[in-house]
Design a protein around this ligand. Structure first.
Ligand code: MCA
Ligand code: AMP
Length: 453
């Protein structure tokens, strides 16, 4: 089966624009004809139909597509474009690359490219340094979407509703390619607001926990009673939000777990239990296990925590240009997630934390502390910086920075300074000016001693 399914699926809406499958594939064919042969192609991944056309066009042509966050600041964008080797931009954007339009209609058909080839390069934060390019193959995407379709009974009868960003796995791979492959109708609401979710009349809804918490708080949950499945992922769904959502919508949310590098690997099922605070069972074709810090096995007794390792056909092709990082993360086919989990004897997984304090999840976005620290240190008044995630009632975690400065500088100025280089969600919400950072005898910052952790 072609990665993108047939041309006879149901219609799509992205923000205010509607289209049929036929129209989408005709527009995408025009793009495919213009990008063929490029090493990689960038797309300014706004929440628009043009983005969907551009991505589908690249996939038809078998050219790796690089969705660029539209709000990424100059430093982040330059890194993504340089590292990915993108040779062209589809659509609008001031990217300093030759661009081709996403307009027009084509009639050519394209042979299905080899499944092992990289379909997308998705940039995601590590604990240190700039974001890494995660190479995701066509086969990995197809395997993941088919496993999810099976677990959620996701078919062409569904109308999928979400408003998530089109530059990450959740919104783009599941939320757009999933609809194309299963044939379901898609309503992308532009932004994931509770009002838009309530008005969309879907059967299947995707959201990050912040979205579900806002759906509950706003009173919109009541309008989702007629849906079939509400799915949460990208960060842990707090049990109180799970329970409030059930009380107001009648739905026990399906929680699922994944990563950019592995796609979605663990989920509750449409025809199975839903347990608040737990992320479910491995999807079809996925194996998981737990290891201790010394690499030894950890029992699957539902209590002993260990680092979660994943082996699956959905695992990535590696980090672009970073063989050492790839070798470090992927050993003998097992990917080290960096997440600490328990596995119960009945196979249910619970994510209990992360091995490193240097990866922050805010609103479902993964943010590397090191990248934000580097952005702060570029300010002439900043001498030292330590960034951590601190609890936030709406976002799960917020980015909090502790900085030592040499000259008088305000919190706002430093926040705006970071925003000048990086995506908006990477900005610290709070900057605390301190006299010094806690360090050990070797001079390493002891983040666990910072207030808030
Ligand atoms: C933000 N704002 C700020 C600051 N930070 N203003 C001043 N100072 C700051 N430090 C601004 C924002 O720009 C925004 O302004 C306003 O405050 C509200 O921001 P926020 O509370 O963040 O809300 P939001 O903009 O409505 O975003 C919440 C959100 C968003 C919609 C939940 O975080 C989101 O789209 N998250 C999804 C992330 C995602 O898709 N992750 C998937 C990764 P203004 O209103 O003017 O814009 S893939 C993945 O994780 C795996 C595979 C998986 O499992 O899915
Ligand atoms: P990303 O690379 O942005 O895809 O983020 C992946 C990370 O999100 C994982 O390593 C987890 O830490 C976190 N994550 C995703 N889904 C869940 C979930 N359902 N529960 C807890 N954490 C999650």
């Amino acid at each position: 089966m072609a990665l993108l399914g047939g041309h006879d699926g149901r219609p799509l809406r992205v923000a205010d624009e509607k289209t049929t499958r036929e129209e989408l594939f005709a527009r995408a064919a025009a793009v495919a004809g213009r990008v063929g042969g490029a090493r990689a192609v960038a797309v300014n991944a706004t929440a628009t139909l043009d983005t969907v056309v551009a991505v589908v066009g690249c996939l038809l042509a078998g050219v790796p597509v690089v969705p660029v966050p539209p709000d990424s600041g100059p430093a982040e964008r330059t890194h993504i474009l340089t590292d990915s080797g993108a040779e062209l931009l589809v659509g609008d954007g001031d990217f300093g690359l030759p661009s081709v339009p996403a307009t027009g209609r084509g009639t050519a058909s394209f042979p299905e490219p080899p499944g092992g080839e990289t379909a997308m390069i998705l940039y995601t934060s590590g604990t240190t340094g700039p974001p890494k390019g995660v190479m995701v193959s066509r086969d990995a995407i197809a395997a993941d979407l088919d496993a999810l379709a099976e677990a959620w009974a996701w078919t062409a009868e569904d109308t999928l509703v979400h408003g998530l960003p089109l530059f990450h796995v959740h919104g783009l791979v599941l939320g757009v390619l999933g609809a194309l492959r299963t044939g379901s109708a898609l309503v992308h609401t532009g932004r994931p607001t509770p009002e838009a979710y309530a008005a969309a009349g879907g059967t299947l809804y995707f959201g990050v926990p912040t979205v579900w918490s806002r759906v509950v708080e706003s009173g919109a949950a009541e309008a989702l009673r007629g849906a079939r499945l509400l799915v949460s992922g990208s960060a842990g769904l707090p049990a109180p939000v799970f329970e409030a959502l059930e009380a107001r919508s009648g739905h026990r949310a399906v929680e699922r777990y994944g990563m950019t590098e592995t796609l979605i690997t663990v989920s509750a099922r449409h025809d199975g239990e839903r347990r608040p605070g737990q992320v479910g069972l491995p999807l079809k074709g996925v194996s998981t296990r737990l290891v201790a810090e010394d690499g030894g096995p950890v029992p699957h007794d539902g209590e002993s925590p260990g680092e979660l390792l994943v082996c699956a056909p959905t695992v990535f092709n590696g980090y672009l240009n970073r063989p050492e990082a790839t070798a470090e993360a992927l050993r003998d086919g097992w990917f080290r997630t960096g997440d600490i989990a328990t596995i119960a004897p009945d196979g249910w997984h619970r994510i209990v934390g992360r091995a490193s304090t240097d990866l922050i999840k805010s609103g479902g976005y993964r943010i590397g502390a090191g990248e934000v620290e580097a952005a702060l240190l570029a300010h002439p008044a900043v001498r030292e910086a330590a960034v951590i995630g601190t609890p936030h009632p709406d976002l799960g975690e917020q980015v909090t920075a502790f900085v030592v400065v040499s000259d008088a500088v305000g919190e706002r100025e430093l926040i705006d300074f970071v925003a000048g280089g990086l995506s908006a969600h990477k900005r610290p919400r709070a900057v605390r000016l301190v006299d010094s950072l806690p360090r050990n005898a070797l001079g390493k910052v002891q983040k666990k001693l910072l207030p808030g952790l």
